[in-house]
Design a protein around this ligand. Sequence first.
Ligand SMILES: [Zn+2]
Length: 71
Amino acid sequence: MESKYLKVKCKCGNEQTVFSHTTQIVNCSSCNEPLAHPSGGVAIIHGDIVEELGGFRYLNFQIRTNLLLQL
Ligand SMILES: [Zn+2]
């Protein structure tokens, strides 16, 4: 999967842009809950991806994210 930026909505309602292949834990700027964890490839996203900023593989990414979340 290509690298891209994702707009992730935290459970607190805050929306934040997260790099899809981040190598650092990304915390919500509002409530400080983790929004993304690095996984060596596509980051594990916590929260809803409300928008994809570049790229066309949203569905595929969402499926992969769900698989990662189930591990
Ligand atoms: Zn939050």
